[in-house]
Design a protein around this ligand. Structure first.
Ligand SMILES: Cc1ncc(COP(=O)(O)O)c(C=O)c1O
Length: 447
């Protein structure tokens, strides 16, 4: 039995678990690295402890000091846990959409939590990183962890996660799969495994579908904690220094649906309650495994537990409300009202004038009351959109009611979103446009 003298000693040293059911039929061995077994519940405990220790050694964090960070949750949980043990105050800035469970955990470990705007350009003062930096700058004794650029973040994985995997697989690991948030996990672990194996271990980034890392356009996603979204108004696309992209041999692009439903399968089939970034890594590992044979051993990182997401990924009502689940109902669902091909969603760049938008809608032969969505301008790489990227809905009729030179957005009409699996009997009043959500994205309109 392991006996710890300090809770901080219970960070790291996580087990590997062979996945026999999810991986049934595939030829390589697949192991999950169970990072939710860390004392604060996630892989980020390692980075938190390592960054705090490095700051102490560098004299940046002293007795009575305050630990500050902008984080989607897990790093904050790790930092607040370690800070409390070492006698520091912790102040955490987190996006408003952070799962409620994580916010409660932060508070349970004594953090002061500030929820901030979700999706604003990096240069905006309300951006998470800027809010945290401003707070740290105006607070005596404050130290800002800066996990995205802090070398002690990947350093924790070079010193811990990598050697653990090498030792526990007795050097048999051939492929390492991890999702990428700051890039700390994949970079530190990947570098260690490549060095230990003379470059033989392949490093695989499992990336949410729209993430910039894997070449997506930066649109928002539901997989919390990994990937790199980009607000279109951002002047530049800044990637973390903690992420050493030269280590990545291959990216797998994983949809929110695959991430979430692979996490749910892991709970049912393997008894592993994991979050969607663990689902992302396992979905990539399974796709990869189909291309490999018995000589290969895959290790996939499970960053945190599904307990963080009982009100989201593991809640059928939440999934249904976003169009990820479609319950069977006697009268059918909204989907049955989408006759033939989905009506087609017309997207227009926000920022057009009313006259420009009208020309565009004429070109597309839209009728006077057919809706088009004004969305954050991504040049011409719109793809599909997340509802938070919609600025408003216009029609030729509404555009004709404002000045030609006025912003098209000033002609916005009322609209609402409705999930594709809502019973047809609950069809919204169609005096306003209804945007139909499938897998959390706007896929059709009802009028
Ligand atoms: C749930 C979850 N998964 C994955 C990651 C990515 O880890 P890293 O920042 O080491 O790339 C994070 C990071 O915050 C996370 O919270």
């Amino acid at each position: 039995m392991t006996v710890y003298e300090s809770v901080l000693d219970a960070i790291g040293g996580t087990p590997l678990l062979r996945l026999k059911k999810l991986g049934v039929g595939v030829r390589p061995r697949i192991y999950a690295k169970l990072e939710f077994q860390n004392i604060g519940g996630s892989v980020k405990d390692r980075a938190a402890l390592s960054m705090i220790r490095a700051a102490e050694q560098a004299g940046l964090l002293k007795a009575g000091g305050t630990v500050v960070e902008g984080t989607s949750g897990n790093t904050g949980i790790g930092l607040s846990l370690v800070a409390a043990q070492l006698g520091y105050r912790s102040v955490i800035f987190a996006p408003a959409a952070t799962a409620a469970e994580k916010v409660r955990l932060l508070r349970a470990f004594g953090a002061e939590v500030h929820l901030v705007a979700d999706f604003v350009p990096r240069s905006h003062p309300d951006h998470l990183a800027n809010r945290a930096a401003a707070f740290a700058a105006s607070t005596p004794g404050a130290w800002l962890a800066l996990q995205y650029d802090n070398p002690a973040n990947p350093g924790a994985h070079f010193a811990g996660t990598g050697p653990e995997i090498w030792k526990d697989t007795e050097g048999a690991v051939t492929h390492f799969v991890a999702s990428v948030g700051t890039g700390g996990t994949i970079s530190g672990t990947g570098r260690y495994l490549k060095e230990a194996s003379d470059g033989l271990v392949q490093v695989i980034a499992a990336d949410p579908e729209h993430s910039r890392y894997g070449g997506g356009n930066g649109s928002l996603k539901y997989t919390e904690g990994a990937g790199h979204p980009l607000h279109p108004a951002s002047a530049e696309d800044i990637w973390p220094e903690a992420f050493d992209t030269t280590l990545v041999d291959k990216y797998f692009s994983i949809s929110d649906r695959d991430a979430i439903f692979t996490a749910r399968r892991a709970a049912l089939e393997e008894g592993l309650l994991i979050g969607a970034t663990g689902g992302t890594a396992l979905a990539a590992a399974l796709e990869l495994a189909a291309t490999l044979d018995e000589s290969h051993t895959i290790v996939a990182v499970i960053p945190d537990s599904g307990r963080n997401y009982l009100s989201t990924y593991f809640d059928d009502a939440w999934l249904t409300s976003l169009g990820f689940l479609e319950p069977t109902t006697p009268d059918g669902t909204i989907r049955s009202l989408l006759t033939g091909a989905p009506a087609g969603v017309h997207l227009l760049a926000n920022g057009l004038t009313a006259a420009e938008a009208a020309v565009e809608l004429h070109t597309r032969s839209l009728g006077p009351s057919e809706p088009a969505f004004l969305v954050l301008d991504r040049g011409d790489s719109f793809g599909t959109v997340h509802p938070r990227e919609v600025v408003g809905v216009v029609t030729l009729e509404s555009l004709s009611s404002v000045d030609d030179a006025a912003p098209a957005a000033s002609a916005a009409v009322a609209y609402r979103t409705v999930a594709v699996g809502v019973p047809a009997s609950e069809t919204p009043d169609l005096t306003e446009v209804a945007a139909v959500l499938v897998d959390g994205r706007i896929a059709a309109t009802l009028r």
